[in-house]
Structure formats: structure tokens, C-alpha cells
Design a protein around this ligand. Structure first.
Ligand SMILES: [Zn+2]
Length: 127
């Protein structure tokens, strides 16, 4: 059983940050709000955001991720860090952290043109 969710305060702006699982890199009771994490991803990149704040939808609100590559990065980080297999960091039904290998293979099967087009498509994760 995962650590229970709790009410979080944003470590950056101090606003309410939703009810999520505590991330080990933040002080107890502190997460990050949607607005701040979106800014962090834009300025620092998704890898930095994952390491500092954890997984969208698990440690903080679901964000609109920019590319398919970023979506992979998030899903693979989630798997590696023991976020439950059935956790879905994507808005697509059936695409869970546990299903990423299949999803990845699917994406790798694209030819150059369509992969490039697909990878730059904006994927909206979450509602
Ligand atoms: Zn904030």
C-alpha cells in the first residue's frame, strides 16, 4: 500500500497544492501547485521536475506535458520509483506506467516522419 495522500502546500508560492502523496525530496506537507510545476517544467525540463517534485498526478496535479518524449520520461520515472503499476499519468485509457514498454515499442515503430510528427504533438495529460 502506498503512502496515503495528504493536503499539500506549494513549496514555491505557498498556495494550496492539492491532496497528493508526499515526495521524498520535499519537506513534509509540501508539494508543488500546478502553476509552479508547469513553470518549472518549461524552464528546467521534465527530468529536473521529476527529481525535485515527483510524478504528476501522484505527487502533484496532472500537468499538460509538451511532447511524447516527456510523457515517456514521466511514465518510466514512475515505474522506476515504484509508483503503482496501475497508476495512469496519461489521459489515455489503458496507458499506465506499467504499460509503457508496450507504448514505447509502439512509438518506436513509427517511421521517421510520423514519429517526428507524433513526438511534437501536444499531449494533454489529465483533465
Ligand atoms: Zn505554487
Amino acid at each position: 500500500m502506498a503512502i496515503p495522500k495528504r493536503e499539500m502546500k506549494c513549496c514555491n508560492c505557498g498556495n494550496y497544492a492539492g491532496k497528493f502523496h508526499q515526495h521524498y525530496n520535499r519537506d513534509t506537507g509540501f508539494g508543488i501547485c500546478l502553476r509552479c510545476v508547469t513553470d518549472e517544467i518549461k524552464s528546467q525540463g521534465v527530468e529536473t521536475a521529476l527529481s525535485c517534485y515527483g510524478v504528476p498526478g501522484f505527487n502533484y496535479p496532472l500537468v499538460e506535458v509538451l511532447t511524447l518524449r516527456q510523457a515517456f520520461t514521466i511514465g518510466q520515472y514512475a515505474k522506476k520509483h515504484g509508483v503503482p503499476e496501475n497508476f495512469n499519468p496519461f489521459k489515455f485509457p489503458g496507458i499506465t506506467a506499467g504499460a509503457l514498454t508496450q507504448f514505447d515499442a509502439y512509438a518506436a515503430g513509427f517511421d521517421g516522419d510520423s514519429y517526428e510528427n507524433f513526438s511534437t504533438t501536444k499531449l494533454k495529460l489529465g483533465a
